[in-house]
Design a protein around this ligand. Structure first.
Ligand code: SAH
Ligand code: SF4
Ligand code: F3S
Length: 521
């Protein structure tokens, strides 16, 4: 049995809160005492409720701003947020920043001086969680030195029953826990945390409705736009359907208005976000409007680049391929997580497609968009994965020829079906498979980059390279990193670069053509 499995089972000891003493109950929830610390539980997560998918219709609420009485709560105070996990979380952090700044707070990089510290957490794998618990250990000292500090935990880990119990028992110095469905409640929760001596816990198990018009603090020239929330796929290894709730799409007019607004502000690139963007619109009862329809409308907006993440191979249909083949601002890069090359393993993962179906989809995409760049996610060492099944993943990678991939060793997540599956693959075998897979991916990625030698590519300039101030750094339409010499005034512009030295992780090139505006400036 692998170490991971053992650790995950150990979490069960944190479930038991039966020893906690209830001090008071009112309409605001209950106050319990755990190890001498009072905790105000307004609501806490439950795996059982998070699994449930109700039929009730999703309502859209249009927020009108921070209530007057909370607008000054942060005046003269600073906040610091650390974000873990995926773009969904990064974007939630932008909303949190937007709300905090609307309350008068200003951001700071310096934790020692911050009045509010938030950890926006990720639950996808055990090592993501370990990082957060480690961080809490460091923050304890800060909190002891400065009792007025408000220390909050939010994001996907807060949606986990086992994590909330563990924090209540072992990290009682935390002041505030809130989840992914009630971010908009932050101003009120902060007020509660200031005025009470208790730890405040408000995590909704059932997803809330869709909240529009929350302030967002974006930076740079690239913006994320949520098109949908949640996931109904329930892949057997994955915690996301529990932490993010059921699939619910934002209304097309709200999404399009947000993108048009970003275009007006000069944003150069938009990434449409959802755990499973191909399911966009399937939940509309009054409207027949799919992800392909949304892309067709976004295609007409004057913004240079549109990306999206993540596409589930199962719902990737022909209308979607047809619209992507129009190109324009729809870039020729598709992130298409395969997870495994073995139909048997895919079945155990409940991915709902076979190896053959995936390869057929790839064939169709390549036919419609011959220069497409495909990237993927792969899990090795799923419970019971045999050597032959792993070899099927290797052969699929050789066949598709991905430009790059995120690869992971399977990590059991408490509450998911796969965590209960028997796992007879030793940890060292999993690690060896991961190393072999990465070696193959690097080799293919390098070959793919080599194909660009001498070619012209469009690069969106992001600024000076982090590793070499002499060089500018930017990304191609296919999201490849390019370094070249040029004037830093080109930042934010799209320029033409000839690739002279392709490497595994970066393409080096020479500036060929810059827009007039930049040359003049
Ligand atoms: N919605 C996306 C994935 C989001 S999670 C999709 O379905 O494609 C990002 C990646 O993390 C997944 O694609 C998967 O490869 C990996 N992942 C998810 N759960 C995992 C687990 N329990 N162990 C290891 N990797 C996991
Ligand atoms: Fe997780 Fe599967 Fe949903 Fe992706 S589609 S978030 S892997 S359950
Ligand atoms: Fe992590 Fe939650 Fe994203 S679990 S990967 S932050 S949806």
């Amino acid at each position: 049995m692998s170490n991971n499995t053992k650790d995950s089972k150990d979490y069960s000891k944190y479930f038991d809160m039966s020893g906690a003493k209830v001090i008071r109950e009112d309409e605001q929830g209950k106050i319990i005492r755990v190890n001498g610390r009072d905790i105000h539980i307004v609501s806490q997560p439950s795996y059982k409720d998070e699994k449930r998918r109700g039929k009730e219709e999703i309502q859209v609420h249009y927020e009108t701003g921070i209530p007057d009485e909370l607008k000054d709560l942060g005046r003269g105070k600073t906040y610091n947020i650390t974000t873990y996990g995926c773009q969904m979380n990064e974007h939630d952090t932008e909303v949190i920043r937007g709300m905090l700044e609307a309350m008068g707070y200003t951001g700071t990089e310096d934790r020692n001086s911050a009045d509010v510290i938030l950890l926006n957490t990720c639950a996808i794998r055990e090592n993501a969680e370990d990082k957060v618990f480690g961080e809490l250990g460091h923050l304890k000292h800060l909190k002891l030195e400065k009792p007025s500090l408000i220390l909050g935990v939010c994001g996907c880990m807060s949606q986990e029953e086992s994590v909330v119990s563990r924090i209540m028992q072992k990290h009682a110095f935390v002041d505030l826990i809130f989840g992914t469905h009630n971010i908009h409640r932050l101003p009120h929760l902060l007020k509660d945390a200031y005025f009470s001596k208790e730890m405040v816990v408000e995590v909704w198990s059932k997803e809330g409705d869709i909240i529009e018009n929350l302030p967002k603090k974006r930076e740079g020239m690239k913006g994320w736009v949520n098109i949908m929330y949640g996931c109904d796929k329930f892949c057997t290894y994955c915690i996301v359907p529990y932490t993010r709730g059921k699939e619910r799409s934002r209304r097309p007019q709200d999404v399009l208005a947000e993108i048009r607004d970003l275009a007006r502000q000069g944003f150069q690139e938009i990434t449409l976000l959802g755990q499973n963007v191909n399911a966009y619109g399937k939940d509309f009862e009054d409207l027949n409007y799919s992800f392909a329809d949304l892309l067709a409308d976004v295609h007409k907006i004057d913004i240079p680049r549109i990306r999206f993440t993540t596409s589930h191979p199962r719902d990737f249909d022909d209308p979607l391929i047809d619209v992507l083949a129009k190109r324009g601002n729809l870039v020729e890069h598709i992130h298409l997580p395969v997870q495994s090359g073995s139909t048997e393993v895919l079945k155990k993962m409940s991915r709902k497609y076979s190896r053959e179906h995936y390869l057929e989809l790839v064939r169709k995409i390549k036919q419609a968009i011959p220069d497409v760049v495909l990237t993927t996610d792969i899990i090795v060492g799923f419970p019971g994965e045999t050597e032959a099944q792993f070899e099927e993943t290797m052969s699929l990678v050789r066949e598709v020829r991905y430009d790059s991939a995120y690869t992971f060793i399977y990590s059991p997540r408490a509450g998911t079906p796969a965590a209960e599956m028997e796992d007879n693959v030793p940890a060292e075998v999993k690690r060896a498979r991961l190393a072999r897979l990465n070696e193959l991916l690097n080799e293919i990625g390098r070959e793919r980059n080599e194909e660009l030698r001498g070619r012209l590519v469009e690069v969106l300039v992001e600024g000076e390279s982090k590793t070499n101030a002499e060089m500018l750094s930017g990304r191609t339409r296919t999201n490849k990193l390019v370094h070249f010499q040029g004037d830093v005034a080109l930042t934010g512009q799209r320029v033409e670069v000839r690739i002279t030295e392709p490497q595994t992780w970066v393409l080096k090139g020479e500036l060929v053509h810059a827009p007039e505006r930049a040359n003049a400036g």
